[in-house]
Write a protein that binds this ligand. Structure first.
Ligand code: PLP
Length: 431
């Protein structure tokens, strides 16, 4: 039994498990008079703003103001070299070699560029596999690729479904489905951490099976990057993409990342959509009609670097480099264990049910909870009456996410207390 008192949560924060980088972030103000800050449990959707972001962005604005076009090659952070500053730190977050990572575009755009390269239906091998409850944008992207190749999305998109009455996928079922459809599958593109259930898939085991059946393994890391430990290179993943505004705290619509395994980087048979930024910088300004591509993942970049959305990504990645994914994940497991335990206490009085797998290697920071009321209204009332912010997803799920960089045990306590009380239950425990 855990001590469910608020004072125990405060004690863990003050003495036992102090936060690792909370002082590096702007905490969200609370809507409640006299309350210090919102218990922000929605870093799975939009991470908080690091304190260094504004100053770093100002430095880039100063370069534009003072150096104008010379800013591409001069100043402290020349714009031409900007992407390479990001790819090294991003590679450490996803477990890749620096040459395997490119930071550019939005996530769905990168998925399109990667699917152009890695979804190559031929003969009877035409199918692409996603989760049935994939993020909508991924489903649209995949279906549009199938249609663009003259195939039928209702036939050639294979959706992985949990067993009846279950909320997450079992690895053995995924593997069985892949083997069953083996010869007809061209590409697999699944979320490493599912946005709805919070399930962390067994990426290495599934990737091995995908390769066994002769298909290509891609992973969407939107909810995994900066959340769980990843080894894209060692797990032999073919390609992956992620956004940087969720756990990576780079601000709304900030740049996305793409991973392409080393073995594909100089394969001339892989189709790629190109632009002048796909060209090696040494020869770019010759403006030749024929591309001289990078031999790294930068070959997948197309347009010149969007410096002002890269700037906050750089600020945030510095924090990740200082803390390291291992330490971050160890703290994450402590916070989620506490969250699971408090939810179990609340569930004695109110009708809620955790749908995220509880095994430490099967979830990240996010815990998804099925609730007996309309979830968007519930989230709104938790915010307006308790200063707690989570988020809701159709039809009956809320997500509470203690982000290991900045959330505290007291934030978690406040989250579950607000949930219980907004559902008509008792306080978790006072004192
Ligand atoms: C957040 C998220 C997206 C959003 O895509 P954008 O192109 O960045 O708007 C797409 N897919 C998944 C799985 C996500 O979690």
């Amino acid at each position: 039994m855990i001590d469910s008192s608020r004072s125990y949560a405060a004690h863990r924060d003050a003495e036992l498990d102090p936060p690792i980088a909370r002082d590096r972030f702007h905490l969200m103000p609370s809507p409640i008079l006299g309350q210090d800050h919102t218990a922000y449990l929605v870093g799975n959707s939009l991470g908080l703003m690091p304190i260094g972001t504004r100053e770093d962005m100002n430095a880039d604005l100063d370069a534009w103001q003072n150096l104008a076009v010379r800013g591409y090659a001069h100043g402290d952070r020349p714009w031409m070299a900007y992407p390479l500053q990001l790819s090294g730190a991003s590679a450490r977050v996803v477990g890749a070699l620096p040459d395997e990572v490119v930071i550019t575009n939005g996530l769905t755009i990168n998925l399109h560029l990667l699917l152009t390269s890695f979804y190559r239906p031929h003969g009877s091998r035409t199918k692409i596999v996603i989760e049935d409850y994939a993020f909508s944008s991924d489903s649209y992207a995949v279906r549009s690729h199938v249609a663009a190749r003259g195939l039928d999305p209702d036939v050639d998109v294979l959706r992985l479904r949990p067993r009846a009455g279950e909320d997450s996928l079992r690895t053995e079922d995924v593997i069985a489905t892949l083997r069953e459809h083996g010869d007809s599958i061209a590409t697999v593109l699944v979320g490493a951490v599912n946005y709805l259930s919070g399930e962390f898939m067994d990426v290495p085991a599934i990737t091995r099976t995908v390769h066994d059946i002769g298909a290509i393994a891609g992973w969407d890391l939107a909810h995994a990057a900066g959340n769980v430990p990843l080894r894209m290179h060692d797990w032999d993943v073919d390609f992956a993409a992620w956004c940087s505004y969720k756990y990576l705290n780079s601000g709304p619509g900030s740049v996305s990342g793409a991973f392409i395994h080393e073995r594909h980087l100089d394969d001339p048979d892989i189709p790629r959509l190109a632009g002048w930024w796909s060209n090696r910088p040494e020869t770019r300004f010759r403006m030749d009609p024929i591309l001289d591509p990078w031999t790294t993942a930068e070959a997948w970049s197309v347009s010149c670097s969007p410096v002002f959305i890269m700037s906050p990504a750089l600020t945030s990645l510095r924090i990740f480099d200082e803390i390291g994914m291992e330490r971050l994940h160890a703290r994450s497991l402590e916070l989620t264990a506490y969250l699971f335990a408090l939810i179990d206490i609340a569930a004695r009085d109110v009708d809620i049910q955790v749908i995220t797998p509880r095994e430490p290697d099967r979830h990240g920071a996010q815990v998804s909870i099925r609730v007996p009321v309309e979830p968007f209204a519930l989230i709104e009332s938790m915010y307006s009456t308790h200063g707690v912010l989570g988020d809701a997803r159709n039809p009956d799920v809320i997500r509470l996410t203690p982000a290991p960089l900045y959330n505290t045990f007291e934030d978690v306590w406040r989250g579950v207390d607000a949930l219980s009380r907004c559902l008509g239950g008792p306080r978790i425990a006072e004192g």
